[in-house]
Design a protein. Structure first.
Ligand SMILES: Nc1nc2c(ncn2[C@@H]2O[C@H](COP(=O)(O)OP(=O)(O)OP(=O)(O)O)[C@@H](O)[C@H]2O)c(=O)[nH]1
Ligand code: SF4
Ligand SMILES: [Mg+2]
Lengths: 420, 599
């Protein structure tokens, strides 16, 4: 099964594409009737698919993923395909899917046939209406480069590569299974195929990392010429091996100022290399912004399939069980895999939307979009917050939007929490 | 009825934890006042807090009937007294109600500071003292050694010491016999106008205030109209009786007896400890000696963490006050902490008890400010004003002198700790008075120390510097003038009233420096730089800076798990709401607590 890609034209800038009114206004609906399509914040154009398998567990990781249970992969793929075919609750079948994200875990561990099963299920469920602009596959260095061709054939046009670091001792400490050399070769192979937009994930603010080390490794990473980079400040999550190493005194929690310095030195480096900073932790060459992730930050609807997957449909957030066993058992006996849900009222949704919007560096809180979506003018609703925050150089407010500055992005929790 | 000649009124005095309450249990048991089955440990310590802390907070009286070896029945009235110096006045009234005292000394610990202080008080009240060496069952007991010490230090003959174990019951009969033989019967005349000494009281929802009294002259019966001589308050007696240990109604209270009167009054403040009860229709011409209205020694602000709880706090204080005449309070407004109450307490334990009851019984969450003593300020105009709150101190140019209360303290400790104790006392501005050897190994040290230096962490420091071997007792000596100043804290240029304190000039610098350093670590980084200054008057003596916030970010969105991110930020916001705002700075509660733990 080969997906037809539509709209994946790299010349369309994802930053301006989409949006509530631009792309879909006055479109002919798929049932043939004329009228506006349901809004993007109600009806998903994106689907997230979770693949919860990794070769080993990394020291900092608290995602829903499991190592050493590869024997369950076939059953999981089958269940996942079933879940996709049954469909998300409340999904409106009339609306085409634009982005799809195979995340994990390590989806690159799947064999092409297994990926095909999943994608076939997507096509069955949304088949005639597919209009996919972006299909992302998360991969870890160390995959077999021979697989790249099959990924492309399946419609993958974006690969997000978990490089994390280009320092071998660091990779070892983090429990990663690859070395720097392998990571660089993986990027090269992906770039070579020509039709894949490549993202690199890097972590900074590691307890043992110096500013110089970070600068050096970032430089080397940029030399591989990725299309997109995500730089994540390390979060020490409770229950992870790294957290216990920190509490046992093996490492100390990285100093906030040093981490801030690391962020500061990265900014000009990335600009110089031609990247645009478009979200707290994300930089893209023009046109390579992640549309799928933009849907999250714009607080738009999305499907979610698989262990621990979250979805947001018709104003309702819900999530699946996080345990692989429970997921498999539920799917096999026809019980629901959804574990919990929440629906924010009309009072809370604008605040949550603002919290997310502020993550986007240039888009920020777009006044026109807020007025269209909520009938609320942010300048009125959040006037006091704007007045309080703006003078300190963390927030810019102009006629059309309120955006965090570079300083503000790094301190976004304090500011975003005020909108909740 | 037991004739007056066969009444014995006695109390038990001891250093804290030497076994007073446990010995009381044994006496109750052997006299059959309480059956073994009903006996819980330290049966007289009924309050939750007493049981939890293992200490006696309120005085109580219990009447026992004892058939002595001479074949006659005796009425023994035991008054169990609080062991803590905060309640020294209650203790003195309890002693004034007795003719005898059991002096209990722990066979393993020997004489401690309070043993001595209590003994001197008992001697002052002319009590006949029966020394009891308790806990002889302990492997570490050295009863002979302790008996020597009793003889040498207190001057009671060592052969008069009764060897006992309140745990196993050894010596209980000997103690009862000694009470019968050695404690004089009370004197008093039934025909004279009524005089009864109130030595404690509590509030009962059915009977109103129930007062513990020691009858001197006359008789009290239900239905009688009484008047409290000192306060002039009158009441109709609902009931008279004795505790055995449950309240048992009696036809009358006779001269020399100890018992209770139920007054129907609404607040214990109407029935003050030390006041004299008399008959309203035939009042006694004179009150009994020794009445002192209770005077708080320590003051602190109590502020509800949730500002909406202010009315709840007021109601709770009003209710506590019904049962605690020593508690005083008045509304206070703090720029930093909002609305609360300035409260006065007998001491730190009293403060701790009140705070615990407010928090536990009334479900309040409180912020208490640094405790302060009451200063006497002579202004340049010659007026005298009392200041129990640093923010109430007049500006320096209006002050002529500031005086503060000084205490006489006694410390008993092994001699190897003399140096450590001396260091502590010196650091607390104390003055050496004298030293006596209790035996080859232990000394009694006497000093004068400002109360302000004692109420912050002194006892804990003493304990830790002497590995718990030192014991402490103190009593007020008087006021002394000194070079005292107010140390203010300014956060981002704004004074934080709740962090001000009155301190000796020579200590202001060090204290200020430690304080701002600590605050720097506790005040979160804001979007702007925050100077934290310690100042005396207009002079800044220490400064630290909380740098502007740089990193506070959730880097990753957790694969579409927006709920998690939102909840994290909601938590952060709630945390901020719980902080106190001064100017444009949010100060967390911990910052106000931190000043309590500086030393
Ligand atoms: N081994 C032993 N322990 C005892 C004896 N008498 C009391 N204790 C223990 O010593 C501790 C203190 O006893 P209490 O009777 O509460 O002391 P207290 O003197 O009333 O204390 P305050 O009311 O706080 O002044 C308790 O743990 C008792 O169980 C005794 O004869 N032998
Ligand atoms: S590869 Fe990624 S998902 Fe897997 S354990 Fe490591 S960090 Fe977690
Ligand atoms: Mg006791």
């Amino acid at each position: 099964m080969i997906l037809r890609l539509g709209g994946g034209d790299k010349h369309i800038d994802p930053m301006t594409a989409g949006g509530p009114s631009a792309a879909y206004a006055n479109r002919v609906r798929l049932d043939g009737k004329i009228g506006a399509p349901p809004p993007r914040w109600h009806t998903p154009r994106s689907a997230y698919i979770h693949v919860p398998f990794c070769r080993t567990m990394c020291a900092y990781c608290d995602f829903a993923t499991f190592a050493g249970v590869e024997q369950h992969i076939p059953a999981y793929v089958a269940s996942l395909a079933d879940e996709i075919r049954i469909g998300s609750p409340g999904a409106n079948p009339d609306v085409p899917l634009e982005t799809m994200y195979l995340g994990g875990g390590t989806p690159s561990l799947l064999e092409p046939a297994q990926l095909e099963t999943i994608i076939t299920a997507i096509a069955t469920r949304f088949g005639a209406r597919l209009n996919l602009a972006e299909v992302t596959l998360e991969a870890n260095p160390g995959f077999n480069p021979a697989l790249i061709g099959s990924w492309v054939n399946l419609g993958v046009n974006r690969v997000s590569l978990g490089v994390q670091s280009l320092d071998d001792p660091t990779l070892k400490r983090l429990g990663r299974t690859h070395d720097a050399e392998t990571a660089i070769r993986a990027v090269e192979a992906l770039k070579a195929c020509g039709s894949i937009s490549v993202n690199l994930d890097l972590i900074y603010g590691l307890p043992w990392q110096t500013l110089e080390m970070w600068q050096e490794h970032l430089k080397r990473a940029l030399e591989t010429e990725p299309d997109h980079v995500s730089l994540y400040a390390l979060a020490i999550e409770v229950g992870t091996p790294l957290a216990s190493q920190v509490s046992s005194g093996q490492w100390s929690v990285p100093d906030d100022d040093l981490v801030a310095d690391m962020y500061d030195v990265a900014l000009p480096e990335l600009t110089q290399a031609g990247f645009r900073h478009y979200e707290v932790s994300n930089w893209a060459k023009p046109g390579h912004e992640s549309r799928h992730n933009l849907a999250y930050w714009r607080n738009e609807a999305y499907h979610g399939f698989g262990v621990g997957a979250h979805r947001y449909i018709d104003g309702r957030r819900s999530w699946n069980v996080r345990s692989l066993d429970h997921y498999l058992a539920a799917m096999q006996s026809g019980r629901p895999v959804e574990e919990g849900s929440e629906t924010l009222g009309p009072d809370a949704t604008p605040g949550e939307t603002a919290m997310l919007a502020l993550r986007m560096r240039d888009e920020g809180i777009d006044f026109a979009r807020f007025i269209e979506r909520f009938g609320i003018d942010p300048r009125e609703r959040w006037r006091t917050i704007f007045d309080e925050v703006a003078p300190h150089g963390f927030l810019r407010v102009d006629d059309s939007r309120a955006c965090l500055t570079d300083r503000g992005l790094l301190a976004s929790n304090d500011i975003a929490s005020r909108f909740l | 009825m037991i004739p007056r000649e066969r009444i014995r009124n006695f109390c038990i005095i001891a250093h804290v934890d030497h076994g007073k309450s446990t010995l009381a249990d044994r006496l109750l048991e052997v006299t059959g006042t309480i059956s073994k089955r009903d006996l819980t440990e330290q049966v007289l310590d009924q309050m939750d807090l007493e049981r939890e802390k293992g200490i006696t907070i309120k005085a109580k009286a219990v009447r026992m009937l004892y058939r002595a070896l001479d074949g006659l029945d005796y009425q023994l009235n035991l008054i169990d007294t609080p062991g803590h110096v905060d309640f020294a006045y209650e203790v003195s009234r309890a002693l004034a109600s007795c003719e005898g005292a059991l002096l209990v000394v722990d066979a393993a610990q020997g004489i401690e500071a309070q043993t001595l202080a209590n003994t001197y008080q008992a001697i002052e009240h002319n009590l006949s003292i029966i020394p009891v060496i308790n806990k002889i069952d302990l492997p570490s007991a050295q009863p002979e050694h302790v008996a020597d010490e009793v003889e040498r230090v207190i001057g009671l003959a060592r052969e008069d010491c009764i060897m006992a174990s309140a745990k196993t019951g050894v010596g209980t009969i000997e103690i009862l016999e000694a009470i019968v033989r050695q404690v004089p019967a009370p004197v008093g005349e039934a025909s004279k106008p009524v005089r009864a000494l109130i030595f404690d009281s509590h509030y009962d929802t059915h009977k109103g205030v129930v007062a513990y009294v020691r009858m001197i002259d006359g008789q009290l019966r239900a239905g009688q109209k009484i008047v409290m001589i000192q306060t002039g308050i009158t009441a109709d007696l609902l009931e008279v009786g004795a505790f055995r240990p449950k309240g048992v109604q009696e036809a009358s209270l006779e001269p020399g007896e100890v018992g209770y009167i139920a007054t129907g009054l609404k607040s214990v403040a109407d029935c003050r400890v030390g006041d004299t009860v008399t008959d309203a229709s035939r009042p006694a011409p004179e009150a009994l000696d020794g009445y002192q209205p209770v005077k708080p020694m320590v003051y602190a602000g109590f502020f509800p963490v949730e500002s909406t709880d202010f009315p709840l706090l007021r109601d709770a204080l009003d209710k506590l006050k019904l049962n605690d005449a020593a508690l005083v309070y008045q509304p206070e407004t703090s720029v930093a902490l909002g609305f609360g109450f300035r409260c006065g307490f007998l001491g730190l334990l009293h403060m701790e008890i009140v705070q615990e009851r407010l928090e536990r019984d009334y479900n309040l969450n409180l912020l208490a400010t640094v405790p302060s003593v009451e200063y006497e300020v002579l202004t340049t105009k010659g007026e005298i004003i009392r200041v129990d709150n640093p923010s109430g101190l007049p500006s320096p140019d209006r002050i002529d002198t500031i005086s503060e209360p000084w205490m006489g303290i006694q410390v008993v400790a092994p001699k190897i700790y003399i140096g450590a104790i001396m260091d502590l006392v010196t650091a607390r501005r104390g003055e050496y008075k004298k030293m006596e050897y209790l035996d080859e190994g232990r000394v009694l040290l006497q000093y004068s120390v400002p109360l302000a230096e004692i109420i912050i962490d002194f006892f804990d420091q003493l304990k830790s510097r002497t590995q718990g071997y030192a014991s402490l007792d103190y009593a007020i000596e008087g006021l002394r003038a000194g070079p005292l100043v107010r140390l203010d804290v300014l956060v981002n240029g704004e004074p934080v009233d709740a962090l001000s304190l009155i301190i000796h000039r020579d200590k202001a610098y060090d204290h200020g420096r430690v304080l701002v350093e600590k605050l720097r670590g506790l005040i979160p980084r804001h979007m702007f730089e925050i100077p934290i200054q310690a100042a005396v008057g207009a002079r800044v003596i220490a400064r630290e800076t909380v740098r502007a916030m740089r990193k506070d970010v959730l880097s990753k969105c957790y694969g579409g798990d927006i709920s998690r991110k939102r909840k994290l930020l909601e938590k952060q916001k709630e945390g901020k709401l719980r902080m106190k705002r001064v100017g444009n700075v949010e100060i967390p509660q911990e910052a106000f607590l931190a000043v309590l733990k500086l030393s």
